[in-house]
Design a protein around this ligand. Structure first.
Ligand code: SAM
Length: 271
């Protein structure tokens, strides 16, 4: 008895492969599992290995030898991720063709496992609240994925805000700016043209990476540091910054008063 799930993507197989492997690695990390995608790759949960890549054939397929249970380390099955060309794109299928190895050949058990571990989570994920949460996170609250990285590298719809804020701050070379929720670092890039120094945080690791790439030069010159962190606990000393910026962020913050008092803590008097 096998278990499988699939999705049709409007992407060429090579691009579908690359995209899916990247997304899967990120998603598994959120679930506490580290996927090393290569021909000698593994999947680790904590220190323990739960899977090992046994076939690495981009852009067609990969197979992972999967350990189903801690207490039966010798019982393994295979998880296959296949990429088949279809009209207009690629069908991506994840299949465990040997599901019965784990609990025997019992249809009721398979129905129970499939309902609770595959079908119900999928239905819940597509219900309005969960889907809305995922979508908001992905696009704005904690941006992730290629499209968001591209958007925040050049956030054209935010540039009018940047212009107004820069006008109000009138930054000078002696200024030391802190930005909370810096996204892809486009505002920092404009602000640093004043000759000021700056520090910034964002709780999206992908945004920290994009912002760091966009401001590579200023970081190398020690005029800028960007850290992964949360607005509720700024990783900076008290009273050091002359000004602070938070744009397009406030509405996403769970505890706004805490975030504002952190900003006040790190600002110098009069900042
Ligand atoms: C809509 S984007 C705006 C990005 C940037 N300020 C701009 O205007 O282009 C919101 C950003 O705030 C970050 N963010 C949201 N809540 C945060 C929190 N609690 N701590 C740190 N960053 C946060 C998100 O990860 C995201 O990069």
């Amino acid at each position: 008895m096998s278990v499988s799930t699939s999705v049709d993507l409007k992407l060429y197989p090579a691009y579908a492969f690359e995209t899916m492997i990247e997304e899967l690695s990120t998603a598994l990390l959120r679930l506490g599992m580290r996927f090393e995608p290569s021909d000698a790759g593994r999947v680790l949960q904590g220190e323990g290995e739960v899977g090992r890549v046994v076939r690495w054939q981009p852009p067609e397929a990969i197979s992972i030898e999967w350990h189903g249970a801690d207490w039966e380390p010798t019982k393994v099955s295979s998880m296959e991720l296949r990429f088949e060309p279809i009209v207009g794109g690629t069908r991506v299928t994840l299949e465990n063709p040997e599901w019965a190895k784990f609990v025997g050949d019992e249809a009721q058990e398979l129905a129970g496992w499939f309902a609770s571990e595959a079908a119900a989570p999928l239905l819940a994920a597509m219900a309005p609240r969960r889907f809305g949460d995922w979508f908001t996170d992905r696009k704005a609250r904690r941006p992730s994925g290629r499209q968001s990285r591209d958007t925040y590298r050049d956030p054209i719809y935010h540039r009018p805000n940047f212009k107004v804020i820069l006008g109000a701050l009138n930054l000078q070379p002696h200024d030391y700016l802190v930005e909370v929720g810096c996204g892809g670092g486009a505002f920092l890039h404009d602000a640093l043209k004043s000759g000021c120094r700056a520090a910034a945080i964002d709780h999206s690791s992908e945004m920290v990476k994009v912002a760091s790439e966009a401001n590579r030069e200023a970081i190398a010159q020690h005029r800028l540091e960007i850290r992964e962190g949360d607005a509720s606990l700024l990783p900076f000393a008290s009273g050091v910054f002359t000004c602070a910026v938070m744009t397009g962020v406030f509405g996403f913050i769970a505890d706004p008063l805490r975030a504002l008092s952190e900003i006040r803590r790190v600002l110098a008097p009069g900042g």
